[in-house]
Design a protein around this ligand. Structure first.
Ligand code: SF4
Ligand code: MG
Length: 337
């Protein structure tokens, strides 16, 4: 069946202006040619270090920006090029859960008004119908109905994120971008919020793009995972294939930094330390964008940008090490007689 979300060669470049005339002198290539599909009911994890463009990518897919180029189809409907007026009736089916519930909730609005706001904007429900729907949503996310007239500051961080989730659900969306939804929460309640998101996914048939720098959490929640580096997806794979046997040196380094709970295993693990800083997305390196930090870089990596290849079923990586034309030659074998 057709994927619910199809992203093709998405670019989001932010112009850099300089001087008194504010002339355009370049661009920050925050998202620089990203492609992936998300299937209905699936969770695609989008991981990478801060600044890699994953948040910008999520916002661009929801068209919170005018994108630079590329295609975004939701249920086959191209939204990449639409203007804000044409997007408006399409907004209900795609929503966002933000990282910082504190910053994303209006402190002067009651919980009922916050959750009801999308209903005001996109439906013609009566007051009574709206209140019913607000209560239903509060039940769904585990908030006490008696608190409907309280203000955000009267809730804990975890409860505030439940308010944000209830608001995102108000219009029965099909697709939700969760942008670091637990990063601002106490560790003790992170699992509760993740479990709630999984429970809501099953109940309402939701499809998620789950953006996070927390690889352990993504391993728990995602069906497939895309790894971003410097505005690009460098590896994309089913969860077990990615965590079990990552193919891209950047993914290998990221995963080597995740602590292993078993101390015996932890002590025998090799941590890959990456040298240098992430280059500026205004001036990415020639060739492979990871070549300035890659422990396995070869001469070709500085000249030619590796293409994404399917190396195992559903497992893609962009790296010359896995390219038969460019990979270092294997040891000759005795069978060659
Ligand atoms: Fe490293 Fe070269 Fe692979 Fe890039 S293409 S990840 S520099 S080995
Ligand atoms: Mg799931």
């Amino acid at each position: 069946s057709r994927p619910l979300v199809e992203v093709r060669d998405l670019r989001m470049h932010f112009p850099i202006h300089a001087g008194v005339l504010r002339r355009r002198v370049g661009a920050v290539r925050a998202v620089d040619g990203v492609s992936f599909d998300i299937h209905e009911g699936e969770t695609l994890g989008l991981v990478g270090e801060s600044g890699c463009g994953k948040s910008t990518c999520g916002r661009a897919i929801l068209r919170l920006y005018d994108i630079t180029s590329g295609s975004i189809r939701i249920e086959g409907d191209e939204i990449g090029t639409l203007g804000q007026d044409a997007l408006r009736p399409r907004r209900p089916r795609m929503q966002m859960v933000f990282q910082d519930p504190q910053a994303s909730l209006n402190p002067r609005m009651t919980v009922a008004r916050i959750i009801g706001e999308p209903l005001d904007e996109h439906t013609t429900l009566s007051r009574a119908e709206k209140l019913d729907r607000i209560y239903e949503l509060m039940d769904a996310v585990g908030l006490n109905r008696n608190f409907a007239n309280r203000y955000p500051h009267q809730f804990s961080g975890g409860q505030r994120q439940r308010i944000g989730i209830a608001r995102a659900l108000a219009l029965n969306p099909k697709f939700i971008v969760c942008d670091e939804p637990i990063a601002a929460l106490d560790v003790s309640i992170q699992a509760q919020v993740v479990n709630l998101l999984e429970d809501l996914q099953d109940r309402f048939g939701l499809t998620y793009l789950f953006i996070s720098h927390d690889l352990s959490m993504v391993r728990h929640i995602a069906d497939r995972v895309a790894v971003m580096y410097l505005g690009r997806v460098v590896e994309l794979a089913p969860r077990d294939s990615l965590y079990g046997a990552p193919l891209h040196p950047y993914t290998q380094a990221l995963l080597s930094a995740v602590p292993e709970p078993d101390p015996e295993l932890e002590s025998s693990r090799r941590h890959i330390i990456l040298k240098g800083d992430v280059p500026s997305p205004a001036n990415p390196p020639e060739g492979c964008n990871f070549c300035t930090r890659c422990p396995q870089a070869m001469p070709i990596c500085h000249r030619i940008d590796p293409e994404m290849r399917e190396l195992r079923p559903g497992h893609f990586a962009a790296c010359h090490l896995h390219d038969p034309d460019h990979a270092p030659t294997a040891e000759p074998t005795a069978a060659n007689d």
